[in-house]
Design a protein around this ligand. Structure first.
Ligand code: GLY
Ligand code: MN
Ligand code: MN
Length: 445
């Protein structure tokens, strides 16, 4: 059984007997004029189908009594003329065969068939409030079923939100997902290596970006997972900088946050390095502080420990460093506890230390146990995938030692919980050099 079929079976097994789930893929989107954005399927739809064509809808019917669960695809029909312009499409018969659905029909039959599929079922699961157009379409089906009430047909009594069920499933990466994530991380790590090798003072940020994009595509990644950040000098202190149009200067650090999407799975890596190949003393001091924060965070990624622990571990190391280096006034704060209580560290470290990673770069899944009243941070489980990305960003300000001004550093790796040595985190992104010695050796070569 394919991983997609296994997921469909698992979802259907968790639904009420005889209930129906319906999930549409993403619409195509016009960019300008006659030109479309590159098409990207919906991640939830893909997770259950493996099917990448637009204008597709997946329907699952849960088992009831002797009737087994069924999966039904609606997709575009074969069309020689359209395929001459736009390329291959499976059509229902070939899609059913290739992707292991029980039934497949032309998308044009969706409305008529849904009105029948929703007759006399106890519940409908769908992604409500995800798309206004799809909400209206679902409402239309239900109205059609209700209109038949005089002949004894009953519309679904319950409408359930589908995505939370899928969010929980997507949190735990199965073996096929872990392999794809490792591949995505390998490609992105090699791209960072290539960019570091190519970087020289005087290059424009976009020239370095071009090295990344070349490496992604050359290795078969279909897209960048998000717009790459290539930020030199003070630009590194702008968290979502992606203009990438400045000229690098001798003495700058370059912060690159870039990952690719390989067979729908994202990687998300940040490296920061001196464009001239050697860290200055203040750059090295801050860089090694961020690395120590990352080490502390990685050590806290252990099954059973709450998600929030690795962020807390990184923040503590960073806050200690801020006091020691005079970024924060020791006389005023006294202790790390006071820094944390006043959140004074957020002047230089204002973001979280990670997020779930998978089909989406900020992947699906709750960060808290929503079943408990106080919604505590949820315990990590083996197979969860996340990023570990501490940083430090020093904007000029009164009282801040001038030697650190305009230095922005982040180091970001991708890990899978509980499948590394001794049950710890498995780091997927080791291909990209990280220590001062590794980076200087590479860039000096
Ligand atoms: N590149 C997006 C992030 O690091 O979260
Ligand atoms: Mn990230
Ligand atoms: Mn990132």
């Amino acid at each position: 059984m394919s991983p997609y079929a296994a997921r469909r079976a698992r979802l259907a097994a968790g639904m009420a007997p005889g209930a129906v789930a319906v999930l549409a893929t993403a619409p195509e989107a016009l960019r300008n004029g006659d030109s479309e954005y590159p098409y990207r399927h919906d991640s939830y739809f893909y997770y259950l189908s493996g099917f990448t064509e637009p204008e597709s809808v997946l329907v699952l019917v849960a088992a009831k009594g002797d009737a087994p669960a069924r999966s039904i695809l609606f997709c575009r029909e074969k069309n020689v003329e359209r395929e001459t312009w736009d390329g291959f499409r499976h059509g229902p018969a070939a899609a059913r065969e290739a992707f292991g659905f029980d039934e497949a029909y032309p998308i044009a039959e969706l409305d008529a068939r849904m009105a029948r599929l929703l007759a006399d079922v106890p519940a409908l699961y769908y992604a409500n409030a995800h798309s206004a157009a799809f909400d209206a379409q679902v409402a239309g089906w239900i109205k059609t079923v209700r209109a038949q009430s005089r002949s004894g047909v009953v519309a679904p009594a319950r409408i359930e939100h589908l995505l939370p069920l899928l969010d929980e499933m997507r949190l735990l990466k199965d073996a096929s997902e872990q392999a794809l994530m490792a591949k995505s991380a390998d490609i992105a790590g090699a791209a960072h290596l290539r960019a570091m090798r190519a970087a020289k003072p005087g290059m424009f940020e976009y020239e370095i970006e071009a090295e990344l994009l070349y490496a992604f595509r050359k290795s078969g990644a279909q897209f960048p997972a998000y717009t790459p950040i290539v930020a030199s000098g003070a630009n590194a202190c702008i968290l979502h900088y992606n203009a990438n149009n400045a000229q690098t200067k001798d003495g700058d650090l370059v912060l690159i946050d870039a990952g690719c999407e390989f067979d729908s799975y994202a990687s998300d890596i940040t490296r920061t390095f001196p464009v001239n190949g050697r860290f200055s003393a203040p750059q090295k001091t801050l860089y090694e502080l961020v690395l120590r924060a990352q080490e502390a965070a990685l050590a806290a990624i252990v099954p059973g420990r709450p998600y929030s622990d690795f962020h807390d571990a990184a923040v503590r190391v960073l806050a200690e460093g801020m006091l020691e280096l005079g970024l924060l006034d020791k006389a005023r704060f006294g202790s790390v506890e006071n820094v944390l209580a006043e959140r004074a560290h957020t002047q230089f470290y204002m973001h979280g230390t990670g997020h779930w990673l998978g089909l989406d770069v900020h992947d699906a899944g709750a960060y808290r146990d929503l079943s408990l009243a106080d919604k505590p941070s949820r315990p990590l489980l083996a197979g969860m995938a996340l990023t570990v990305e501490p940083g430090i960003y020093v904007r000029p300000a009164p009282g801040v030692p001038e030697q650190f001004w305009n230095i922005g550093i982040r180091v970001e790796d991708d890990v899978i919980v509980g499948v590394g040595d001794n049950g710890g985190a498995r780091v997927l992104t080791g291909a990209a050099p990280k220590t001062v010695a590794e980076i200087e050796a590479l860039m000096g070569a």
